[in-house]
Ligand binder design. Structure first.
Ligand code: HEM
Length: 214
């Protein structure tokens, strides 16, 4: 398979910052459209939906980094933290839009929503689980927590599953879009137990190839 040309090391940091800039374009553009009255229908709902969808996309992109490396040999590990943190910022913006623009900080109504509407309860659970992941997404925490860091960050799968379920339950009829997100998250979750065996098999077949060439 033709490999992608590797990005020179000196551009790694800049490419991560570029990713942050590009990743926030949908939020900024959505806000601009909403503020200038160019979002169709209910602009608050449209903006809330846009932020929720991008949150889910970034969660999925974060979890896709490992299978992309395993299956395609492309190492985008340096972008994983930026993608995960971007997902967190999108969920936070989604939540704040709901609190401020949708519910006007009506706390009794917000608490009733969280307690009584299962899709909001699940979304809130995802958001709460995402907070410790965002707070520990730095080198200091990785050093400090050691092997516990990896265990904690496995929660990212639970968050993505909660996000996809929240999306499916937020609509009256589950359509192909919600199914597609559920299927993607299911594939990413399923890859975790398979990957060790797959990588062992890949290493074995590579060394067999080297051996037969020699
Ligand atoms: C991991 C966290 C979350 C993710 C990934 C997420 C994602 C989404 C997605 C994809 C949608 C549907 C967008 C569409 O229909 O195009 C949505 C809708 C919504 N979410 Fe979230 N969400 C999360 C957390 C939350 C939280 C914490 C709240 C509030 C407590 C919330 C409240 C809502 C509401 C009110 C809607 C709109 C439902 C409607 O159509 O009326 N979400 N979310």
């Amino acid at each position: 398979m033709q490999r992608l040309p590797a990005l020179p090391r000196k551009y790694h940091a800049a490419s991560v910052w570029l990713l942050y800039v590009v990743a926030f374009i949908p939020a900024v553009y959505g806000f601009y459209l909403g503020a200038t009255g160019r979002l169709p229908g209910n602009p608050v709902k449209e903006f809330e939906h846009l932020l929720g969808l991008w949150a889910l996309r970034f969660l999925i992109a974060t979890l896709a980094i490992t299978p992309i490396r395993d299956l395609l040999g492309i190492n985008w590990l340096r972008y994983r933290r930026a993608l995960g943190l971007t997902a967190f910022w999108y969920v936070l913006m989604h939540f704040l839009t709901y609190m401020l623009l949708d519910q006007y900080l009506d706390f009794p109504a917000i608490l009733a929503d969280i307690a009584k509407r299962p899709f909001i309860t699940i979304g809130m659970t995802g958001f709460l689980l995402l907070i410790p992941l965002a707070v520990t997404s730095n080198n200091w925490s990785i050093r400090r927590l050691g092997p516990r860091w990896g265990k904690l960050h496995r929660l990212a799968y639970v968050v993505a599953a909660a996000g996809a379920l929240h999306f499916a339950l937020s609509v009256k009829v589950v359509g192909p879009e919600q199914m597609a997100y559920i299927a993607l998250v299911a594939l990413l979750v399923a890859w975790r137990p398979i990957r060790r065996r797959f990588n062992r098999w890949k290493r074995g077949s590579e060394s067999r190839r080297q051996f037969s060439k020699a």
